[in-house]
Structure formats: structure tokens, C-alpha cells
Design a protein around this ligand. Structure first.
Ligand code: DGL
Length: 273
């Protein structure tokens, strides 16, 4: 079967992988978590772009015929560069964009919140979705310093994480949001906590299912297979950090278990150890 590659700064993209696995069960998946460099969010876009290009190259070397940039920060920093790079000619990329559109379309209060990292709010992608889809809607952007690290540490439902989330979300609730967009692929792992904080009147939007549907459409359009192919494809994880810690986190987050291999950064490139 044909291989689909995904990457993120760490574990976050696994929230997307889960949806892609459901949408394309027969595809072989290769996932790279760049745990050596997590978090991406506070880094300059140019640096994140360098990481993304090297990782896309690595996934291409592993046989990926389509790549899902399962990271909002990397999508903001690198999606257009990846699509234009001569070395990736003919390789389709699917990226994350903040799900402002479904939020703006369904809000009744006219106020929506977006949680994301600084990198995701920079660049053209965020500005363009707000400009295109949120006319007449108040969009409240909120960065969440330290939240990615909490999730990487497995603290998805602890009093400390709840305190952090309340500090960001309660002021938005006071301003009347009825939709909360998750603009970082790590954040879906705290949806149970967010639902508890926000209550039933706020729709918390994880863009992963829509991204997975888009990946499945492109997969079929390129003739790589169809969503109805049922045989379970292979799944392989790579991490540029600790293999043992990655495997432990996959289990802790209740995600599909598979072999975890080591990817190593050398002179600006990633290679399989
Ligand atoms: N999960 C990533 C994102 O969607 C990366 C966050 C980070 O590493 O700061 O933005």
C-alpha cells in the first residue's frame, strides 16, 4: 500500500493521525514527532520552516506520497514553501489551518475564541482565514504558553493544566464566545477539560476530522487508494527525542501502539538511526 507521511513538533500531530487512520484505514502511515525541538510555537517562523523542509525530505525518503503537516505552527511557517519547493514537485501537502470558518458559520453570539501558539498566529494563514471567513464576527486570539509542554508531559487532566486553561478561557467566556477553535494539534488532548470549563453552550472545534477528509480526498484524487480499502495499513512512528518516552506517551494518550524508531538530526537533516 502507498505511504502517507505526517509530522509535528511532538505528540500533537497524533490527534490528526488518529483521524487520518479512521479516514484511510488501508494507507501505510509514517509519523515523525520532532521531540528534539518541541515546542515549535515560540520559535521564529524561518527556523520552523527549516525543520519542516528537512522533515518533509525525511518522510519522502521513507516513501511518503502525500504529507500531512499535522502541526499548525509548521503549516503557518512552511506550507506554501513546501508546496513551491522544487525538491517536492508532485508531492501533495495537506496542512492545518485554524478552523475559524466553521466557528464563524455557526456562532450565534458572534464571538469566537481561538487558542493557538505564537507561530500559528503569525504569518499569512491565520490572517487570511480571519479575513476570508470571519467578517462581522469578533475573533478573540489567545496564546497558551506552556500548554504544549504540559501535554508532552502527559498532564492532560491535572489541576495545574486546568488552572492554566481557566486563565485563558474564562475571560473569553466572559466576552460571550460560543465556539472555541483549537489552533494547535496538541490541544485536542485537553478537550475533556475544555468541555468541563466551557460547558455545553460552547462548541470546541478540533479541525482534525476535516483535515483527514481533505487528505482522503487528495489520496483518492491521486489514485493512491480509496477510503473504502479496508486492510489495515502499517503504522510506524519516528521521534527525534527519546523512543521510550514517545512510546510511553502513545500508550498514555490511548493511541494506537506501533513500533517507535529513532530519527536523528545531523547537519540540518533527519536520518533514520
Ligand atoms: N502541535 C503543534 C501545532 O499545531 C506544535 C506546537 C508547538 O510545538 O509549539 O502548532
Amino acid at each position: 500500500m502507498t505511504t502517507l507521511g505526517l509530522f509535528d513538533s511532538g505528540l500533537g500531530g497524533l490527534s490528526v493521525l488518529r483521524a487520518v487512520r479512521a479516514a484511510l484505514p488501508a494507507a501505510d502511515l509514517v509519523y515523525l514527532g520532532d521531540s528534539a525541538h518541541v515546542p515549535y510555537g515560540p520559535r521564529p517562523l524561518a527556523e520552523v520552516c527549516r525543520f519542516a523542509r528537512a522533515i518533509a525530505r525525511f518522510l519522502q525518503d521513507q516513501g511518503a506520497r502525500l504529507i500531512v503537516v499535522a502541526c499548525n505552527a509548521a503549516s503557518a511557517a512552511a506550507l506554501s514553501a513546501l508546496r513551491q519547493a522544487p525538491e517536492f514537485a508532485g508531492l501533495p501537502f495537506v496542512g492545518m489551518e485554524p478552523a475559524v470558518k466553521p466557528a464563524a458559520e455557526t456562532t450565534r453570539s458572534g464571538v469566537v475564541g481561538v487558542l493557538a501558539t505564537p507561530a500559528a498566529f503569525q504569518g499569512e494563514l491565520y490572517a487570511s482565514v480571519v479575513e476570508r471567513f470571519a467578517q462581522g464576527v469578533i475573533v478573540l486570539p489567545q496564546v497558551c504558553p506552556g500548554l504544549v509542554q504540559q501535554i508532552e508531559a502527559g498532564a492532560v487532566d491535572t489541576p495545574a493544566t486546568e488552572r492554566m486553561l481557566r486563565g485563558w478561557v474564562e475571560p473569553m467566556l466572559a466576552q460571550g464566545i460560543d465556539a472555541l477553535v483549537l489552533g494547535c494539534t496538541h490541544y485536542p488532548f485537553v478537550i475533556p477539560l475544555l468541555n468541563r470549563i466551557c460547558g455545553p453552550g460552547v462548541r470546541v472545534i478540533d479541525p482534525a476530522p476535516a483535515v483527514a477528509r481533505q487528505a482522503a480526498r487528495m489520496w483518492a484524487a491521486h489514485g493512491f487508494g480509496t477510503p473504502t480499502d479496508a486492510a489495515p495499513g502499517r503504522l510506524t512512528y519516528y521521534t527525534t527525542g527519546s523512543v521510550a518516552a514517545f512510546a510511553q506517551n502513545v500508550a498514555r494518550l490511548g493511541l494506537e501502539r506501533a513500533e517507535v524508531r529513532s530519527g536523528v538530526w545531523r547537519a540540518g537533516r533527519v536520518t533514520a538511526a
